[in-house]
Design a protein around this ligand. Structure first.
Ligand code: SF4
Length: 379
C-alpha cells in the first residue's frame, strides 16, 4: 500500500467519493474536530493539508503566521479544494482560525461553524460545555443537510472511528520492536491518508496493511522521537531515514495525539464524544493548567526506547514556542538528547541534513543512551 500516493491523490479521492455517495465534504483544521458527528451526518470529514509552495497571495490575508497556515490559505484561495462544501473550526490555535476565516469569508456560500472547545479541558464544567456545543453543531448539520442524526448513526460512527484508532494504535505498537517493520515516513503518510479518507474504507486498508506488516523484516536504525508543531508531510522523516535514523514515535497533533484514546460508549452519545476529545492528549494551547505534555513526551520516549529526540517547530508557532521550555527541561533532566530546529515554508536541505547527521553520530557512539540502554548492550 502506497500511503503517500493516497495523500497525493486526496483531492481526486474526495471528488470520487462525492460522486459515488452523493454526499458532502466538510473541511477541518484541528485534530480536536469531532469527526464522528460529521460522519454520523453522512459527511466526509477531510483535514486540510498544507504544501510547501511559496506564494504571493497569503501575505495579503494572513501576515506573519506559520507557513502551514499561509499555505492552506493559498491553496483554498486558489480553489484547489473547491469540492469542499463547508468548514468547521474547532477552538484551538488562533493562527489556524485565521485560515478558517479567510476561507469562509471568501466563499460565503459554504457552510461554516465555529465549535468552541474549552482550553481548560479538565475543569469541572468543561464536559458539559462541550456537550452543549456538540449539540449545537449537531443541529446545524441537521438543518444544513436536511437529515436527522440518529443514535444509531452516532453509534455506527463511534464504532468505525474507535476501530480506526485501535488499528492505528496496533500498527504504532509495532514500532516499539528492536527492529521496527515500519518506517516513520510510512507511518506518517498512513496517518495523513487516514485524515482525508472515509474511515470505513481506510479501516479495510489498514487491516490488509497490518497483515502485510507481519511478513516484513525489520531494521535496526537510530531510534528517534519527533516532537513539535504538527506536520503535513513526511519529508523530515525521509531525510532522517536517508541518514540511517528512524522516527519510531512522535508527539505531534497529527501523530499519536490524533488516535491515542478511544470513545467509551455510553447512553449519552454526545457526552461520550465530549469526554473523548477533552480527555485526549493535550495540544499546548490546552495544556496550560496541569502541563501534562512534557511527562507524556518522556513516557513515550521511554516506552519506545528512543536514542534521542528531534524537536521541530514551525517558525511563528507560538503555542509550541511557549511550551518548548518545559519540554527542553524534562528532556535535559532525564538525559534524553535532543536536537531542536525551526522549519519554514522551505527548509535548507544541506544545512538541516548536516545538523541531523551530527546529532545522530553523537547518538551512535552509544555513550548517551540511557533510554533503552539495556537493549543496546544486550543485558
Ligand atoms: S499550532 Fe503552530 S503550527 Fe499549528 S497552526 Fe498554530 S502556529 Fe501553526
Amino acid at each position: 500500500m502506497d500511503f503517500k500516493e493516497l495523500v497525493a491523490g486526496r483531492h481526486e479521492y474526495a471528488k470520487a467519493w462525492k460522486a459515488r455517495k452523493g454526499g458532502k465534504v466538510i473541511g477541518w483544521f484541528e485534530t480536536y474536530f469531532p469527526e464522528e458527528l460529521a460522519y454520523a451526518a453522512g459527511l466526509l470529514p477531510v483535514r486540510i493539508l498544507a504544501e510547501h509552495e511559496p506564494d504571493i497571495i497569503s501575505d495579503k490575508w494572513i501576515y506573519a503566521a506559520c507557513y502551514p497556515v499561509k499555505d492552506m490559505a493559498n491553496q483554498l484561495l486558489l480553489g484547489r479544494m473547491d469540492y469542499i462544501d463547508g468548514f468547521v473550526n474547532t477552538e484551538g490555535c488562533q493562527w489556524m482560525f485565521n485560515v478558517y476565516e479567510v476561507a469562509t469569508n471568501n466563499a460565503p456560500q459554504l457552510f461554516k461553524h465555529y465549535l468552541f472547545l474549552p482550553d481548560y479541558t479538565e475543569s469541572k464544567s468543561s464536559k458539559d460545555v462541550l456537550r452543549s456545543e456538540l449539540d449545537v453543531l449537531k443541529t446545524r448539520f441537521e438543518e444544513w443537510l436536511g437529515v436527522t442524526i440518529t443514535d444509531e448513526a452516532l453509534d455506527n460512527a463511534i464504532e468505525v472511528y474507535n476501530k480506526n484508532r485501535t488499528l492505528l494504535r496496533t500498527i504504532c505498537e509495532l514500532r516499539r520492536a528492536d527492529k521496527p517493520v515500519i518506517l516513520g515516513s510510512e507511518f506518517m503518510n498512513l496517518l495523513l491518508a487516514d485524515q482525508v479518507m472515509d474511515k470505513a474504507e481506510m479501516n479495510v486498508i489498514l487491516e490488509q496493511f497490518l497483515a502485510e506488516l507481519q511478513a516484513r523484516e525489520g531494521r535496526d536504525m537510530v531510534r528517534l522521537m519527533l516532537i513539535g508543531s504538527e506536520t503535513w508531510d513526511s519529508k523530515l522523516e525521509e531525510l532522517i531515514e536517508s541518514l540511517g535514523g528512524n522516527v519510531v514515535i512522535d508527539e505531534l497533533e497529527n501523530g499519536t495525539n490524533y488516535f491515542w484514546n478511544n470513545i467509551y460508549p455510553q447512553e449519552d452519545r454526545l457526552m461520550a464524544i465530549s469526554l473523548r476529545y477533552l480527555g485526549r492528549n493535550n495540544h499546548p494551547v490546552k495544556d496550560s493548567n496541569w502541563r501534562r505534555r512534557p511527562q507524556r513526551i518522556f513516557e513515550l520516549a521511554e516506552d519506545y526506547f528512543v536514542d534521542g529526540a528531534i524537536i521541530a517547530k514551525q517558525i511563528y508557532c507560538h503555542p509550541h514556542g511557549t511550551d518548548n521550555y518545559e519540554v527542553w527541561k524534562i528532556l535535559r533532566e532525564r538525559n534524553i538528547q535532543y536536537h531542536y530546529f525551526e522549519r519554514d515554508m522551505t527548509v535548507p536541505k544541506e544545512e538541516t541534513q548536516l545538523h541531523l547527521e551530527a546529532f545522530m553520530n553523537m547518538l551512535r557512539a552509544g555513550i548517551t543512551r540511557l533510554v533503552g540502554w539495556h537493549n543496546k548492550i544486550e543485558i
